[in-house]
Design a protein around this ligand. Structure first.
Ligand code: SAM
Ligand code: SF4
Length: 329
């Protein structure tokens, strides 16, 4: 088992398949772009499979593919289908644009849980956030996944100037569709001009829901073990909604996550400033298990060591972490 000093068992691995993306969401990808690692520094398909297998042998039970945009990776089909053969629960986080080309691969791999990022229900705002015009495609692909019986969550990064006025519209989707809306508090990463004034808190979201639906109809529902979200449902609605409140209500005490970047580095926390290179020792034929154990053992108890909102808010701290697009959210 992979455990840290707080005795937290780490059995959930998030693998970034690529640093590239077909969108340019401003909160994720800095305006000036990012420096991409040379191809030779990125994990090959075989390396991803071998390293993932090592993690599974060490007790990992769940793998989620992410990126950049995981589905722009050339061998994404092959990787998904190969990982599907491991004894794990496989999921993916995607912007949804290419999903229709992968439904068969998802099924072959036994991949059921698909998280799709969509920050607005307005086509023009979508273009403003992502700098691309793929709104219709994403909406169509969400409906396709639902029709095909996948477990769909919609990730919505909430920001005051963008989508504060759409909270209720998003929750209303859950009236007839069996999906979960996952609101995410805006988080700081290198180059994303983070300022908490721009973000929306868990408390504000619930206040808005209570005012619109009446408090007695906003039901707090059970969170799963290791859930990073606080879960709710509107009485009588088919779907549910949740809030990932990293800023105002961090969920670090039950964290079970390990991140593996596309260039083969472990990030033991989304906010850790240090990374552990696994790919170089792997290529040199070293046993990577002790390196994995050491990296997780050194994990900070909370938010990469930024335990207070004050430390978290310091702009000089944000530059010490990579941009989200390079980490894999
Ligand atoms: N391209 C895929 C997608 O957009 O779903 C996967 C990678 S993306 C980095 C993973 C998730 O991170 C997305 O849901 C995205 O909205 C979220 N994300 C990116 N930057 C963020 C930020 N600054 N604060 C909160 N969430 C962020
Ligand atoms: Fe691309 Fe996802 Fe980042 Fe948007 S959030 S730029 S879709 S990686």
């Amino acid at each position: 088992m992979i455990k840290d000093q707080q005795n937290r068992v780490h059995d959930y691995l998030r693998i970034s398949l690529t640093e590239r993306c077909n969108l340019r969401c401003f909160y994720c990808m800095p305006e000036e772009g990012v420096e991409l690692a040379p191809k030779s520094h990125l994990m090959t398909y075989e390396e991803i499979l071998a390293i993932a297998t090592t993690f599974v042998e060490m007790g990992v039970k769940k793998i989620r593919l992410t990126g950049g945009e995981p589905l722009v990776r050339k061998e994404a089909h092959v990787i998904i289908e190969a990982l599907g053969k491991l004894p794990i629960e496989l999921g993916i986080t995607t912007n949804g644009i290419l999903v229709d080309r992968f439904v068969d691969s998802f099924k072959k791999a036994g991949l059921k849980a698909v998280n799709i990022s969509l920050d607005t229900l307005d086509r023009d705002k979508f273009a403003l956030v992502t700098k691309r015009d793929d709104f219709e495609k994403v909406r169509e692909n969400i409906d396709l996944l639902l029709a095909e019986g996948f477990l769909v969550k919609i990730n919505v990064v909430l920001m005051r100037a963008i989508n504060f006025d759409e909270i209720i519209d998003f929750i209303n989707i859950t009236e007839h569709k069996n999906l979960q809306i996952q609101f995410i508090e805006f988080m700081p990463f290198d180059g994303n001009k983070w300022d908490w004034e721009k973000g929306i808190s868990l408390a504000e979201i619930i206040e808005k829901a209570n005012a619109h639906y009446q408090e007695s109809n906003v039901l707090r529902i059970e969170d799963k073990p290791n859930d990073t979200a606080v879960n709710y449902k509107i009485k009588g609605y088919k779907g549910s909604f949740a809030v990932i409140s990293t800023i105002t209500n961090p969920f670090c005490s039950t964290c079970n996550r390990i991140r593996l970047t596309a260039n083969g580095r472990i990030k033991n926390c989304l906010f850790s400033t240090g990374e552990t290179d696994l790919l170089t020792p792997f290529r040199a034929g070293e046993d990577i298990q002790p390196i994995i154990l050491k990296s997780i053992h050194s994990k900070a108890p909370e938010r990469g060591g930024w335990e207070s909102l004050e430390a978290f808010s310091k702009p000089e701290n944000h530059g010490q972490n990579r941009s989200m697009i390079l980490i894999g959210g």
